[in-house]
Design a protein around this ligand. Structure first.
Ligand code: PAF
Length: 284
């Protein structure tokens, strides 16, 4: 596996692949790989001739009081893991090459970015869409694979790709969970033993909601949100950022539960660790 650190080099290599007619699959990441990332890479490996994984802890998508400085990072560890999957190129640019001093452009998607994580993390999605647009132009992929855990992010990226005519297929990949149900996340590494029960309340809340819907198809959205919220806040270390039931395509709040409804949630554990999770409520 080759490690590349500059836009010029990755663009040149990607251009060479393309001129040979090879299919390029991109997996954009911020590193500290876990099974969730590795499953995205395996998915890309199945479909691509050349798999590029980008690893860049993007400062533009972190707010001033967020965890940019403590975000876990270990390039050697991640290189080994990516190599084992058969990744061809690991692209790990430095902050200065991604955002040189005169950098002055922001990609902004209206609408989809305003609620949920967009409300509690102002500017976050502008950081995501700007860096993803840059990564697309640098790595020239035919397709890119994103995890469905970041449900809103995936919807925002699909919108950007459609609006800006990127000739790139966006593939969403299902959430990978620990045996306990906890959705895998690089931020799980911050959790202490005595915070695990609180962290599990997200997936438990999702299971509760699914059971309630299964047993009572007529249950209202409000009742569901109340029951899940009660369950989550029964852990004193949990502060709900949001728990909502939204349409899977528009992210608009659902008036009633249907096959298109997704429960989305963000919960702060012990005031320090913000975790997100989501699930479709009715399996097709
Ligand atoms: O999902 C992530 O890890 C990041 O938001 C992404 C898409 C790599 C952009 O920095």
């Amino acid at each position: 596996m080759k490690v590349v650190t500059t836009p010029a080099e990755i663009q040149m290599l990607a251009g060479q692949y393309r001129s040979k007619g090879l299919i390029i699959g991109l997996v954009p990441t911020m590193g500290w790989f876990h099974e969730g990332h590795l499953s995205l890479m395996r998915e890309a490996r199945k479909k691509a001739d050349k798999v590029i994984v980008s690893l860049f802890v993007n400062p533009m998508q972190f707010g001033p009081a967020e965890d940019l400085d403590s975000y876990p990072y270990d390039l050697d560890r991640d290189c080994k893991l990516a190599e084992e999957i058969g990744v061809d190129l690991l692209y790990a640019p430095a902050k200065g090459v991604m955002y040189p001093q005169k950098f002055a452009t922001t990609v902004h998607v209206e609408g989809l970015t305003s609620g949920l994580c967009g409300e509690s993390r102002p500017g976050h999605f502008d950081g995501v869409t700007t860096v993803v647009a840059k990564l697309f132009n640098q790595t020239l992929p035919h397709f890119a694979v994103f995890g469905e855990k970041d449900f809103q992010q995936l919807a925002v990226i699909r919108q950007m790709v459609a609006d800006l005519d990127f000739p790139i297929e966006i593939i969403g990949h299902p959430i990978v969970r620990e045996d306990s149900g906890l959705a895998m996340s690089s931020r799980n590494t911050y959790l202490k033993d005595n915070e695990m029960a609180a962290a599990h309340s997200l997936s438990k809340g999702i299971e509760l909601a699914k059971t309630l819907v299964k047993n009572n198809r007529g249950i209202s959205v409000q009742q569901l949100i109340e029951r899940v919220s009660e369950d989550v806040t029964s852990h004193r270390k949990c502060d709900i950022d949001y728990i909502e039931i939204v349409d899977k395509n528009t992210l608009d709040p659902c008036k009633q539960v249907s096959v298109d409804s997704v429960l989305v949630m963000a919960v702060k554990i012990n005031g320090r660790i913000r975790l997100i999770d989501n699930s479709i409520l009715i399996a097709c």
